[in-house]
Every structure is written in structure tokens, then in C-alpha cells.
Design a protein. Sequence first.
Length: 242
Amino acid sequence: MAGNEVQGTPEESFSLIHSYMHMLKLKNPNSVSYVEVDAAKRFKYLFFAFGASIEGFVTMRKVIIVDGTHLKHVYGGVLLVATAQDPDRHHYPIAFGVVDGEKDESWMWFMNNLRSVISDVDGLVFLSDRNGSLIKSIREVFPTAAHGYCIWHLSQNVKGHVFNNRDVCAIKFRECTYAYTVAEFDVLYADISRKYPSAAEYLEKSVKVGKWARCYFEGDRYNVDTTNAAESINGVLREARK
């Protein structure tokens, strides 16, 4: 109750979104925001990107990490983040979204709005977890972009399919993902197949090698191979997500 008296209620905050977005664009030139409501005029989705972030991305490597994290207030929802990496390897947030969940409709809405600020440029690469709705939205909205999966998340799935030396298996898998040549990859992967056949079987049945192995990847992801950047931003916003 004390928090509501100081900060206002969640309902009051939702009613001020349009005003907040107006001020955001007034104080941050060339910023972009979209708010969608349902048939009853209740809040549904929010997207915004700061003008400076949009302008600066033109000079960045075209690798975008996308991720979602749950909001913790009474109405729930999910915060979506699209971020890149600047020349000093620092996190570079591009756009944010607030939606009701990681579903086909919400990810498609977010990606269409993201495309309105960055376009489907040549050499564009996305990195994400393997959420089915997210994968579908990238494929449909950015059909020419390359799309890779987070190596750390995948390594945790791999180690979950072995019964001993799990951490060693995860390390060997990550070494395999970093191989620059097919010849080097073949040697490392043969070692995994021999020592951890169940892990190799999982990979071959579940994930295309071009989604995780550097030497088979269709685009240039440079040093970016996990979604840690987006997850770090989510961590910074931990209190704001409550």
C-alpha cells in the first residue's frame, strides 16, 4: 500500500503509458514507440526504441540478441529485449517490448516493429534461445537473416542427455562450436560422439548443426555466441520489472 501511495497503482501507471511515450520521444528525438490495446481499449503491447540507439546501430556489427523475461507485477507479462554489441564489446540495447507472453502473436508484433527501426539489412544475424514462437517470427519477418542459437543454453541441454562427466561434456561441446574449419570440427565432434553418444544423438535429432557450429553458420556472428547480453540487461532491470 505504501508503494502505491508513492509510485501510484499499476492501473494508474498503465493509464499514463501514452503520455510517457510522448515525453520519451519529445526528450529523445527520433525515438519510436507503438502501443496496442485490445477491443476493450485495455493495454496489450508496448514497443519502444530510443532514437540514439537506432542511429548508432548503423555503425554496429549486425548481430542482434533477442530474449524475453517475465515481469513480476500483479498483471504479469513479459519484457522483450533486442540488443547488440558496441565496438568495445559493451551491451547496446536497441529496443524493448512489453507483451502478455512469448507467443506467436506477441513475438511477431515485436519483430515487425523492430524491422521498422532497423530494416532487413544485409548480413543481419540473430541470436536467441530456442523458443518456437521467436524462431518463427524471425524466419517470417527477417527471411534473409541468419539465426543462431545460444551456445550456453544448448550446452546445458546437451549435458542433460549424458549420465556422467556432464560438465566435461558441456565444455567439449562448446569447444566444438568454436571450431573455425570443418576439419577441426569433425575431429572434435567425433570425440563427443565416441565418449557421449547420447549427447551426439540429441544434437543430431534436435538441432541443425548450422545453428550452433561456427564453421557451418551461414552468417558472421563474430564473438557473439550466447544471449548473455540480453540477459544482463534483464538483470539490470530486475527492480524495474517488479
